[in-house]
Design a protein around this ligand. Structure first.
Ligand code: GRF
Length: 210
């Protein structure tokens, strides 16, 4: 069973795409065990509440130290039985001890064809503005394994989306978001079926549900 903790900072449409995939049977053997947001008013928390799922508002500002923040986040993840973390529009950098504790078990969805148009500061409309400014014929969406560097880890699944001459950053974002809603559940299904192997240096790590 894949027990997923979903992290998000915004409206949560990718989280909703996972919920819908579970509801209509496209994601067997998969459960959402926790939803975390750094923003107390984030739409993703409203969706979690409506779905009667466990959720936490966890922001570094609530804690006296980074250590206590990380300890509480780790405790919440472990108490929920998390064996995969999914970053779905999470705008904060995951603390390194969390990446270490869940090595090769954290996925992120990014609205571009990584490694292009990724990295610190490349989020939201900025990504699509950069794609348009570069006159790319194609953009797309990427699901990748998270490591300590923004948008850097091994790619699990990537799909292209055409860039139209008439595109604005908004129209491009909408077309890419639609593709995100397809590939994120698809990537989770691959992991749930034990079909994702991560080549990490010399080793090939098989990401499998425990
Ligand atoms: C998505 O475009 C995702 O690729 C990016 O942040 C956005 C989140 O949107 N990381 P939503 O909150 O899932 O609707």
């Amino acid at each position: 069973m894949l027990d997923i903790a979903v992290f998000g900072s915004g409206r949560g449409s990718n989280f909703k795409a996972i919920l819908d995939a579970i509801a209509d049977g496209r994601l067997p053997e998969t459960r959402i065990v926790l939803v975390v947001s750094n923003a107390s008013d984030a739409g993703i928390l409203d969706l979690a509440r409506a779905a009667r799922l466990p959720y936490r508002h966890m922001s570094r500002k609530q804690y006296a130290s980074e250590e206590s923040f990380v300890a509480d986040m780790l405790a919440a993840l472990r108490a929920a039985g998390t064996n995969l973390i999914v970053l779905a529009g999470y705008m904060k950098h995951l603390p390194a001890p969390i990446v270490t504790a869940f090595r090769h078990r954290i996925l992120n969805i990014h609205p571009a064809l990584l490694p292009k148009f990724g990295g610190k500061g490349m989020y939201g409309s900025r990504v699509h503005e950069a794609v348009l400014a570069s006159h790319e014929a194609l953009t797309g969406a990427t699901v990748h394994v998270v490591d300590e560097v923004y948008d850097h880890g091994p790619i699990v699944l990537q799909r292209t989306v055409p860039v139209l001459d008439t595109d604005s950053p908004e129209s491009l974002a909408a077309r890419v978001l639609e593709m995100e809603h397809h590939i994120l559940p698809e990537a989770l299904r691959l992991v749930a079926e034990g079909r994702v192997t991560v080549a990490d240096g010399e080793t090939h790590v098989h990401i499998r549900p425990v």
